[in-house]
Ligand binder design. Structure first.
Ligand code: FES
Length: 135
């Protein structure tokens, strides 16, 4: 879906901004964006899994690195889980829960979104992030 891009090439979104149309994101695909946090811009991604849309910060819970190596590719080959490409941690797409790998038992940091009339919007406000999210 998405070509390899550097962080500074991704769309920068603020609360209320349109992320994409639901029809633009096929099942088991993802879309990266940058959101503005109290600590500056941070990478995040939107995913579509089994008719549901979720978004998370693009940061593994094991080490502070991106899940995808900046490829835009988050899903395992079978499209059923999210994969950290550094050490192979597996995360549930719908909950962000890590069910295998070094950060087992931890969960990706969710990003609030809404789906309205075929469009996905960013709803996360800077104050919504728990303290320590960006350590
Ligand atoms: S950095 Fe993700 S599993 Fe180690």
């Amino acid at each position: 879906m998405e070509m390899e891009k550097e962080l500074n090439e991704l769309p920068v979104l603020q609360t209320g901004d349109l992320i994409c149309q639901t029809s633009e994101l096929p099942a088991s695909k993802s879309l990266r964006f940058v959101l503005i946090s109290p600590y500056g811009p941070r990478g995040a991604f939107l995913l579509h899994y089994q008719g549901h849309f979720r978004a998370y910060l693009n940061k593994c819970l094991h080490l502070p690195v991106t899940l995808d190596y900046d490829t835009g590719d988050f899903f395992t080959g079978d499209g059923c889980q999210l994969l950290c490409q550094t050490h192979g941690a597996l995360y549930d797409p719908l909950t962000g829960y890590c069910n295998a790998g070094p950060p087992i038992g931890l969960s990706l940091v969710p990003v609030k979104i809404s789906v309205r009339q075929g469009s996905v919007y960013l709803e996360q406000r800077p104050e919504d992030f728990p303290s320590g999210t960006f350590d």
